[in-house]
Design a protein around this ligand. Structure first.
Ligand code: RBF
Length: 158
């Protein structure tokens, strides 16, 4: 569904469980850092807003979005961590690299989530250009980092 039609920033927080003892790993890709930093800030703000303690948020970086899967797995395997939030931006170029990366990450994060029975949020912004990415990192289409954090909280309340 298009972001313009559905924006998880509008979620209701009433039905979420107590997050004060939950531990979150955030994995952020280092490509397009002006955008991934905004996603990461959105995710952290959302966790704090829902009562997560600052010391229970573990921020890690990976070189690019392709590495989000291994980053997620290394964190998810820790018994201390309740949920993983993965953030990255892949912008379409002249070649099909975006397709390969995006599909690999979608499949990889699904696998990690099911393997460890933990929420692993897919906060990968996949766009045609930089402006579309900015629009989704605190711009007119909200912040996908916020949404990824909200999705993790939602699933921990499942
Ligand atoms: N990583 C990203 O996070 N976003 C990108 O837009 C992106 N574009 C790439 C384009 C090409 C042609 C290649 C080869 C890699 C790109 N990567 C990108 C990096 C990728 O996720 C990964 O870090 C590297 O391929 C090393 O495994």
């Amino acid at each position: 569904m298009a972001t313009a039609l559905k924006n998880l920033n509008e979620y209701s927080k009433n039905s979420f469980a107590d997050m004060s003892e939950k531990r979150f790993g955030i994995v952020v890709a280092e490509w397009h850092t002006e955008i991934t930093n905004a996603l990461s800030n959105g995710a952290i703000e959302t966790l704090l807003k829902h009562g997560v303690q600052r010391e229970n948020i573990y921020l890690n970086t990976v070189p690019g979005s392709f590495e989000l899967t291994l980053g997620a797995q290394l964190i998810a395997q820790s018994e201390e961590i309740d949920a993983v939030i993965c953030l990255g931006v892949v912008i379409k170029g002249d070649t099909k690299h975006d397709d390969y990366i995006n599909h690999a990450v979608a499949q990889g994060l699904t696998t990690v989530s099911l393997k460890y029975n933990k929420p692993v949020s897919f906060g990968l912004v996949t766009t045609n250009d930089l402006q579309q990415a900015l629009d989704r990192a605190g711009g007119k289409h909200g912040n996908k980092g916020t949404e990824a954090a909200a999705a993790a909280i939602h699933m921990l309340s499942f």
